[in-house]
Design a protein around this ligand. Sequence first.
Ligand code: CU
Length: 384
Amino acid sequence: MSSYPATERYGPRDRGHGALAGAAVLLLGLALGALVLVLVVVAQSADEARDDAAAATEQVAATGHDHAAAATANTSLPLTSFAGKGAENADALAKAHAAYPAALPRVPAGDLVKVNMTLKDMTVEIAPGVKYNTWAFDGHGAPGPIVHVREGQTVEMTLKNGGAIPHSIDFHAARIAPNVAFRDVAPGDSFTFRFKANDPGVYMYHCGTKPVLAHIANGMYGAIVVDPAKPLPKADNEYVLVASEWYLNSDGLDEPASLSMDKARAMAPDWTTFNGYANQYVTHPLTADPGETTRFYVVAAGPTLDTDFHVVGTIFNRAWVNGDMTTFQRGVQTVAVPAGGGAVFDVKIDGEGLYPFVSHAFAHVDLGQVGLLKVGNPKGHMSH
Ligand SMILES: [Cu+2]
């Protein structure tokens, strides 16, 4: 960039001295020797200026080239997308798939809630016929189990590492020194720590081992709901949705896919899901009866992208934005749930029908982050 002002500065001076020298030769021959000297100096200056400009240009070009080379090394652009590439018998596979149970489990009794998770490396399906090699909390795949406690309870977390490399668990619901509690656990080891759930909300938990992008992208995340001591208004149905995206190095149809770090860095997912499997609640809708209040606890696990939560055909009666359970907003259409964040939503739907819930950043719907709330027993189908 510095070459541009240098060229502007030296260019006009070069021309100015050249014209002056010509006039001097014609009108004042006596000064010829001195002017020749001036011309030599000016010419040298011009040469130096050109050299400087050329050097600067080379430097810019070289730097630009380095950036391009680095970008290529990191992302291997253009990336091959496997978006939407399911098996030929996708419909039958989708029907056969057992949907992740989204219903919020009960709060265990007592002051101390013991949570045990064993990490496993395992192959799961993330879309019909699409297999993926995950690092999974508690042998289920992604997301890990839903943890549900009440404000004031103590969580005792035991993490057993049955995987091949070190892992850890970071609870966003905890106020605790991460270097102690969220430390890496070596393969074959287990580690126990406690924290008191003093802050109501809906939170993400995830593996915090470096590179965190890879550990989350490989499925190491889940939701913990901390009920407030003073309960929220009654809801008839309570569902937990963990939104995330998947970055594949192959289509996963013949052989399981693994993580494409290039795509994860480029934020170019092949699939995005609620509870780890594309469109699973379209095939297996969540349910409610007409007139009931349905509560969604939504966590955006990322690893990188937000989820703009919206229920088609209704408006949130209550939205506890950012999972802040001290206050809610009314009459809200769409709420951004940031990667690493959570929020709670109530909808009271009187009319029978199929109500899609989506991330209204619609690329996510296209990639699989959509489901249906089936209210009553409606006739017909939604094409979402
Ligand atoms: Cu991990």
